[in-house]
Every structure is written in C-alpha cells, then in structure tokens.
Write a protein that binds this ligand. Structure first.
Ligand SMILES: *[C@@H]1O[C@H](CO)[C@@H](O)[C@H](O)[C@H]1NC(C)=O
Ligand SMILES: *[C@@H]1O[C@H](CO)[C@@H](O)[C@H](O)[C@H]1NC(C)=O
Ligand SMILES: *[C@@H]1O[C@H](CO)[C@@H](O)[C@H](O)[C@H]1NC(C)=O
Ligand SMILES: *[C@@H]1O[C@H](CO)[C@@H](O)[C@H](O)[C@H]1NC(C)=O
Ligand SMILES: *[C@@H]1O[C@H](CO)[C@@H](O)[C@H](O)[C@H]1NC(C)=O
Ligand SMILES: *[C@@H]1O[C@H](CO)[C@@H](O)[C@H](O)[C@H]1NC(C)=O
Ligand SMILES: *[C@@H]1O[C@H](CO)[C@@H](O)[C@H](O)[C@H]1NC(C)=O
Ligand SMILES: *[C@@H]1O[C@H](CO)[C@@H](O)[C@H](O)[C@H]1NC(C)=O
Ligand SMILES: *[C@@H]1O[C@H](CO)[C@@H](O)[C@H](O)[C@H]1NC(C)=O
Ligand SMILES: *[C@@H]1O[C@H](CO)[C@@H](O)[C@H](O)[C@H]1NC(C)=O
Length: 500
C-alpha cells in the first residue's frame, strides 16, 4: 500500500528489501540564517551526510539548480501567499508549474512532490476554500506534463487539525475542517498521493504540563506499566510520535479513508531554549533525533500499522538565527551556518556515542603533478565562489611565500576543505587536490586544521548519516554516489543558466 513515489529511493544500493517498503529520513531546509550557505555548499553538506531527501519551503531556483544531478529527491512548496491565485485560476497554476517545476525536471532535479501551501487550515484559514481547487489545478498541470506518476501533489498539515489524539482510536479532524479534509483526502486517494503531517512531540510534551513523560516524548524505553494503552484497541504506545501518526490514521478512518499513507513532513527537537524552555537541550535534541532516525529507518511503523513506512523529514538542517520568537525557534537545526554539527547524532544501534574525530588531522593539498591551469582555476574558484578568505596569501601576508600557484592553491583548498567539515568529496577540485595527513603549515603560515580546529566538524563516517547505519552494507563499502566534485556542481550551475 505504500506509494510508488518511494520506488527507486534506495537508501543504499545493497538494500535487499524492495525499495517501496523502505522509509527514508530527509531534512527541511529553512533559510532564515544571517550567514545562509550558498546552494552549492548546501548540496555538498547534504551529500556528505548522505541525505537523499529534502523539503524546501519554496521553489528557490538556485537551490533547485544546485540539487540537480545529485540524486536528492526534493519536495517543493507553493507559499501560502500564492494559494489564492493558484486556486482561482487553472492558467495561473499551469504557469506556476511550467515556471517552477518543468525546467528543473528537465535539468535533472528530482522533484518528487509539491506541497500546495503549508499548514493552511491552521495558519491561513481564510484560504481553506481554495486549498483543494489549488491542489487540483496544480495536479492537472503536472499531469498535463506527464509527470503525475513521478510528482505527487499534497499539502502539509499541522497535527493541530487532529483533535482528541489520545487515545489515537478516538481522534478526528476538527469538525470545522471536516468538509475540507474530506475533499483533501478524496484528492489524495484518487491521485495516489499521501497525507503530509507535521509531528511535534516536543510541543505535545511541553503543553501537557507534565502529563506526558519526557522519556515517552524522546522515544526512550519505558517500563511496560508506563506505556500508554489505547483502551479501545489495546494497542500499546511507547512514544508520542507513533501516537500522533496513529491519530492521523484513525482520523482518516473516521472519514472512511483507509489507504492513504502518511509522510511526516516535519519533526524534531530544539537544542537550546530560553529560561522558560528547560527541555530544549542538546542532550534532548540529540536523543530525539537519533531515536527518531533509528525508529524511522527500522521501518518499525506504528502500533496500528506495524511495518508500514513512515518516512520523515527532520526539522531542520540549519539553525535559523533570524527566526523571531522564543530562543528555541532559532535552534532546531542539526548544523550551524558553517556546516558544523550542533551535536553529533548517536546512530549506532549499540548506543555508543561516537565521539569527536580521533582519526588524526587531515589536510587538503594540491597534487604534485597537477596541471597548473587547472590549479589556477580551482584556486580562483576557492577564493571566489568558494568563499575562502584568501587575504593571508596577499603580498606581505603570512602565507604569501612561496609565491607559487601550487602553494596558494594548497592553502585555499585546505581552508575550503575544513570549512566543509572535511566532508567526502570536498577535497577534489576537479581532480587536482588530494587529502594528506602531513601538515603543510610553514613558518608563520598555519593551515586550517593544523591547530586542531577542524576536528570539530568531522561527523562523516555515518555518525549523522541519514542512511541506515547498521549492517545494510558490506564492510563500509563505497557510498552510493560518486563523491561529489564541486566542479561538477559549478558546471551544473553554469549549464543551468542555459534554460533559465
Ligand atoms: C530521479 O528519480 C527518479 C525516480 O523518481 C530516478 O529514476 C532518476 O534516475 C532520478 N534522476 C536523477 C538525475 O537522479
Ligand atoms: C484545468 O485544466 C485541466 C487540464 O489541464 C482540466 O482538466 C480542468 O478541467 C481544468 N479546470 C478548469 C476549472 O478549467
Ligand atoms: C477547530 O478549528 C476552528 C477553526 O480554526 C477553531 O476556531 C477551533 O478552536 C478548533 N477547535 C479546537 C478544539 O481546536
Ligand atoms: C463511513 O462508512 C460507514 C459505513 O459504511 C457509514 O455509516 C458512515 O456514514 C461513513 N462515514 C462517512 C463520513 O462517510
Ligand atoms: C525495529 O523493528 C523491529 C520489528 O520490526 C522491532 O522489534 C524493533 O524494536 C525495532 N527497533 C527499533 C530501534 O525501533
Ligand atoms: C568531544 O570530546 C570531548 C572529550 O571527550 C567531549 O567532552 C565532547 O562532548 C565531545 N564532543 C562531541 C560533539 O561529541
Ligand atoms: C580575511 O582575513 C583577514 C585576516 O586574516 C581579516 O582581516 C578579514 O576581515 C577577513 N575577511 C573576511 C571577509 O572575513
Ligand atoms: C568546535 O567549534 C566551536 C565553534 O567553532 C568551538 O567553539 C569549539 O571550541 C570547537 N570544539 C572543538 C573540540 O574543537
Ligand atoms: C571513519 O572511517 C574510516 C574509514 O572508513 C575508518 O578508518 C575510521 O575508523 C572511522 N572512524 C570512526 C570514528 O568510525
Ligand atoms: C544486522 O541486522 C540484524 C537485524 O537488524 C541484526 O540482528 C544483526 O545483529 C546485525 N548484524 C550486525 C553485524 O550488525
């Protein structure tokens, strides 16, 4: 019964189970950062972390270009402000699709779904009447382009549209929205799409005033007598996430819809809060997201539908320092704007926390036999679009001597490599760079990494990989994708201009 959109979303090439039964974990990419990384850097981070699924809050052209050819599946969003226009006019909807979808599909960006608005019923209730017409219009346009089997059309709901969610068997959609929800579900059923739901055990826990134990929200093991039992179904709930997802299944069932899969479009936990938010901590965020990832990738399903994949997008990739509101609002991210992890996720089934990199320092240097022209081009890129601060190589500065392309390129490559958290593939520069453990620092010119500052960012090795961390591959074999070459990405960006 799982939607066929998940076909081909193999997390790992050697996975045995048929792909359409495997849940995946993706991330949301919010962009309210004062130092928002450029789309190329975002794509590099995603690849280094083996993140194959992302959700955008818009359809940003530069981001969609940067994701092309990466194999990453993308959910794009029609912002709520555009709902009215899209819902009222078939032509506007068709125009939206031809401008925001079609060029990127032909350019090799894997757009897998469109969310028509986001939390519309709870945030812009006045637009409720155009929601389903907008979804239909977008679907018509997608179908007209022959893409309806590949691109699903749905809309993201806040779980606040579901009332009385415990016990889950009694949950129902807020009666105010029953007519709209019925139309939404009919649309999802008839188009083979899925229910997009935001699930926030953090808020359920905080608002419960102690009624919900923290461990229950964090997926921590509970003694059997503490597990919540739904008296109607006798299903046992060991975490809030499952209870909310089952509440959605039951609310759909109440309207007689039984075969619509659920995808969790947002879930997470803040790592920092102000004085009134004592449970927004690094440890809790780490526990929640680590346990969530394990739970999802294990294809555990929920008590109502065991084994049915609940693919989930973590909220969110970056801490968004520009968001307003309480401190926690700015601290839901897995990474800061420099691509440094806020905490190191614990994804080893044994429960061992992977500590800081212990593998010795690594440096990125120019290859000895590299072509000079290519080195120069890579140096220019690193000091330009790559945003390396190359001022130390100016005449009279610490790293000016020796004044050779190779020496300067080595400094720039190494600086870039460390800023990218030494992620796989970020020391390639079209083949002219290579990783070494020999510190290239010279008198007065200290290379990035040499002071140990780089060890912080190293969380590759599967520690925050959103692919299964257990034994689905043989002997730590190669990644499913070629390691990324920035030149390839730049090439994509440049060639993309052709169909702008
Ligand atoms: C995009 O995803 C589809 C499956 O949805 C797959 O067949 C195709 O190879 C992917 N394309 C790229 C460029 O990754
Ligand atoms: C919108 O366009 C689709 C085809 O693209 C068509 O099937 C549908 O009837 C149209 N709806 C309206 C209201 O014009
Ligand atoms: C149901 O939705 C209506 C309209 O948004 C809202 O006013 C009402 O408070 C909701 N009911 C509950 C119990 O949340
Ligand atoms: C669901 O189906 C039952 C049994 O067929 C019927 O009695 C009920 O009215 C239906 N509910 C809705 C909301 O259609
Ligand atoms: C993984 O799934 C199996 C059943 O499919 C279940 O027994 C086990 O507890 C799950 N593990 C986790 C970590 O969720
Ligand atoms: C790094 O190691 C130190 C010392 O073992 C430890 O205190 C710290 O929490 C570790 N940091 C991370 C991110 O694991
Ligand atoms: C580059 O580094 C120099 C010192 O090394 C510093 O003065 C300058 O502000 C930096 N430039 C930028 C844009 O960060
Ligand atoms: C990690 O990076 C942060 C921010 O740059 C820094 O304050 C901290 O000292 C670093 N920790 C280690 C162990 O390098
Ligand atoms: C990281 O991966 C390398 C090579 O695959 C391996 O030698 C090293 O032990 C790993 N480190 C950790 C912390 O798993
Ligand atoms: C591989 O996974 C299975 C099922 O999750 C587990 O029973 C087994 O111990 C794992 N093997 C290794 C080597 O981790």
């Amino acid at each position: 019964m799982v939607v066929n959109i998940f076909t081909l979303l193999l997390l790992l090439p050697l996975a045995v189970v048929s792909a359409d039964q495997d849940a995946f974990v993706g991330v949301n990419i919010g962009t309210a950062l004062s130092d928002m990384p450029n789309p190329t850097q975002v794509a590099i981070l995603l690849k280094s972390q083996q993140i194959r699924h992302v959700r955008l809050y818009d359809s940003d052209p530069a981001m969609l270009f940067a994701l092309s050819g990466t194999g990453i599946q993308v959910v794009v969003t029609i912002p709520n402000q555009q709902l009215l226009a899209v819902g009222q006019s078939n032509a506007t909807a068709a125009n939206w699709v031809s401008k925001n979808i079609l060029p990127y599909i032909s350019g090799g960006t894997n757009i897998s779904a469109v969310s028509v608005g986001s939390e519309v019923l709870t945030t812009v209730p006045n637009a409720a009447a155009v929601l389903v017409p907008a979804m239909r219009n977008i679907h018509s346009a997608v179908a007209a382009a022959g893409l309806d089997s590949r691109i699903k059309v749905s809309t993201v709901h806040s779980s606040a549209v579901i009332l009385d969610s415990f016990p889950p068997s009694q949950a129902f959609f807020n009666r105010t929205w029953e007519p709209v929800m019925t139309q939404v579900l009919e649309f999802l059923r008839s188009t083979g799409s899925y229910l997009m739901l935001n699930v926030y055990p953090y808020y359920d826990y905080v608002r419960s005033n102690g009624a919900i134990p923290l461990d229950y929200a964090l997926f921590r093991p509970l003694p059997p007598e503490k597990e919540a039992v739904d008296a109607n179904t006798l299903l046992r709930y060991s975490n809030v996430f499952d209870a909310v997802v089952d509440a959605a299944y039951f609310a759909m069932l109440y309207l007689n819809y039984t075969n619509i899969p659920v995808v969790v479009t947002e879930s997470g936990w803040p790592s920092k809060g102000d004085a009134s938010e004592p449970d927004a901590t690094l440890d809790n965020a780490n526990a929640y997201n680590s346990n969530l990832i394990r739970h999802v990738l294990n294809n555990t399903g929920t008590p109502k539908h065991p084994g049915v994949a609940i693919s989930t997008y973590i909220y969110e990739l970056y801490n968004e320092d520009l968001r307003s509101g309480v401190e926690s609002e700015k601290n839901w991210g897995l990474f800061d704007g420099n691509g440094r992890p806020v905490y190191v996720l614990n994804l080893i089934d044994s429960g061992a926390v992977l500590t800081n990199d212990t593998g010795g320092e690594k440096y990125c240097v120019a290859k000895a036999d590299a072509d000079k022209k290519m080195l120069q081009a890579a140096l220019d890129w690193a000091c330009g679009p790559g945003k390396v601060n190359c001022s130390v190589m100016l005449q009279g500065e610490a790293c000016y001597q020796p004044d050779t392309v190779a020496a300067h390129a080595t400094y720039a490559f190494d600086a870039y490599y460390h800023r990218m958290a030494m992620a796989d593939g970020t020391c390639d520069f079209n083949g002219v760079a290579t990783v070494t453990t020999t510190d290239p620092s010279r008198d007065g010119c200290t290379f990035p990494g040499s002071d140990g500052s780089g060890s912080n960012g190293t969380i590759i090795n599967g520690t925050t990989s959103l692919a299964p961390s257990s034994n689905s591959t043989t002997s730590g074999s190669s990644l499913p994708f070629d390691s990324i070459s920035f030149v390839k990405l730049v090439g994509v960006l440049l060639s993309s201009v052709a169909f702008l």
